[in-house]
Structure formats: C-alpha cells, structure tokens
Write a protein that binds this ligand. Structure first.
Ligand SMILES: [Zn+2]
Length: 283
C-alpha cells in the first residue's frame, strides 16, 4: 500500500520517491505501514538515532539510510563522532550522510558550533563519495563560505529548499539537487515555486520530511494524530507540486524518481533507473 498513485482509470500508476524523511522518529512508532512503501532516504539527526535509522532501512530494501548530525544537535556531538560516522558509513556502503547543515534560526546552537560539524561531514562525504543531505535555514552566506572551503561531494541535496531564485541558480551551477516538501503547498510557500522554476528539472526531488512539515489538509492522504505528517502523503504532495510547476504528474513522478536514483547512488549514480525492482536489486 501507499507505494503508487492509484491509477484506477487504467493509466500506468505513478511511482514516487521520498528524498527525505525521518521514519525512525519515535513519533511515527506504530504508524508505519508494514511492507511496500516508497523508495526513500531515511535521515538521522544525531548519533543516538543512527542505529534506529539503520534498523528501519534494513527492514525494507527500497529504504536508504543517511547518517549524520543535524545542526540543532551540533553542540551535543560527542568526541570522536566523526570517526564513528566514518566507520558506520564504511560498514554500510549504500548509506549517505544526512541530515547536516546550518541553521541561523535554531536559537540554541551558535553557528560557530554548527560550522565545524557541518564541514567535517562535507569532507567525509567527499572522501567516501557519499551523498550528503543539507538542511539550511537563514545562513546562506555561511553556506557559500563553507562550500568554498570544503567543496561538496558529487551528490548533494538541499532538502526542503527555501532559498531565493538567485541562490538556487548559484547552487545548481555548483551541482546541487533540491527537494521540495509539502510546506510549499501552504499559502506561505508560494515564493518557493519561483525558486524551483529556476532549477533544471533533472535536479528536482520531492520529499515529505515526515513526520515534520505536514502539507495543507487538501494534500493529506493519511491523517496521523497531533497533525503529524505521514510518509504516505508523498503522492499527493508530488501531484500538487507537479501542477504548480507545470508538469504532468506522471511525468514529474518519473523525472523525480530518476533524480532520486541518481542522488541515492543507485547503480553508482551513473545509470538512470525507472523501476523500484531495479533499486531493490542494487542493494
Ligand atoms: Zn529533516
């Protein structure tokens, strides 16, 4: 269930891929449908949840793990975290790095504390040729400085991208991918579409960020308690975003699936993939 858009009228069902979620989040416990599900990248936020991310991705072959330290937890990183991250990545060849980044609105953690944790993860991603997923709020100048000093790896994603069209063009020229979340469908998300129209189609992915960033009620396919965002909302989010960007939904699903496969490193990121089966075989 939940892995395809219902093609009840006989059309080929569209397959979506979730570029970013947190299925290991304790708030989703007991709410995850067993079996099936979308291809996705499950992102850690701090060292204490790496094991949970690895366990939940091991349950379903279409789930990929990303291990890392989120900027909100940068000041809690224990000595030797980077060495342990390197070891965990070497033990899990299909895992990427995430979620890391910079957040000038986090409040509790100073940017000076976040920066070395972020740049260390960029370097590890480059050294190990892993994908990296970046959370960025507010600190665009600091991001450009960081990328200048510590170039990103081949595959890097600005998750739930919310920068200006100018920033989008600049980062796209540096090789970035960008994912759009259900947040864009709220009235306050309108300006995000201007930025996404400036991004080449082959760099756009779709995400839920579940259980965070619930879309408006219109785009909720499965309701969870406390207004949490269910991973099953992906197809409705993808279809709504496709409409706003002027794509046919099935075509947008194929494009974003292919982009997801490249970003996730399926077939080494070189070949392009269409079917879920191919992804399963590649593990
Ligand atoms: Zn996230």
């Amino acid at each position: 269930m939940g892995s395809v858009t219902d093609g009840g009228d006989g059309r080929e069902a569209a397959m979506w891929a979730d570029a970013h979620n947190h299925l290991q989040d304790p708030r989703l416990r007991g709410h995850l449908a067993s079996g099936g599900g979308y291809p996705c990248i499950v992102n850690a936020t701090h060292e204490e949840d790496w094991e949970d991310v690895l366990a939940i991705t091991a349950e379903e072959p279409v789930r990929r793990a990303a291990l890392g330290i989120h900027p909100w937890y940068a000041d809690e990183a224990r000595t030797g975290w980077d060495e342990r991250l390197g070891l965990a990545l070497e033990a899990n060849p299909s895992a990427g790095i995430g979620e890391c980044g910079l957040d000038s609105k986090a409040g509790s953690v100073a940017l000076e504390k976040q920066m070395p944790v972020f740049t260390r993860q960029l370097r590890l991603a480059r050294e190990l040729d892993r994908s990296v997923t970046i959370h960025l709020t507010g600190a665009w100048g600091a991001l450009l400085d960081a990328l200048d000093r510590e170039p990103p790896p081949r595959r890097w994603l600005m998750h739930s991208f919310n920068g200006s069209p100018e920033i989008a063009e600049r980062l796209a020229a540096m090789g970035a991918c960008f994912s759009i979340s259900g947040r864009a469908m709220h009235p306050s998300g309108e300006k995000i579409f201007r930025s996404f129209r400036a991004i080449p189609a082959e760099r756009i992915l779709v995400e839920t960020d579940a259980p965070n960033q619930p879309p408006p009620a219109l785009n909720v396919g499965r309701e969870l308690p406390d207004g949490l965002n269910a991973p099953e909302n992906l197809a409705l989010i993808g279809e709504a975003v496709a409409g706003r960007l002027g794509f046919d939904p099935a075509c947008f699903a194929r494009i974003t699936m292919r982009n997801f496969a490249c970003f996730a490193g399926v077939h080494g990121g070189r070949e392009q993939l269409r079917a879920k089966d191919e992804m399963m075989d590649s593990r």
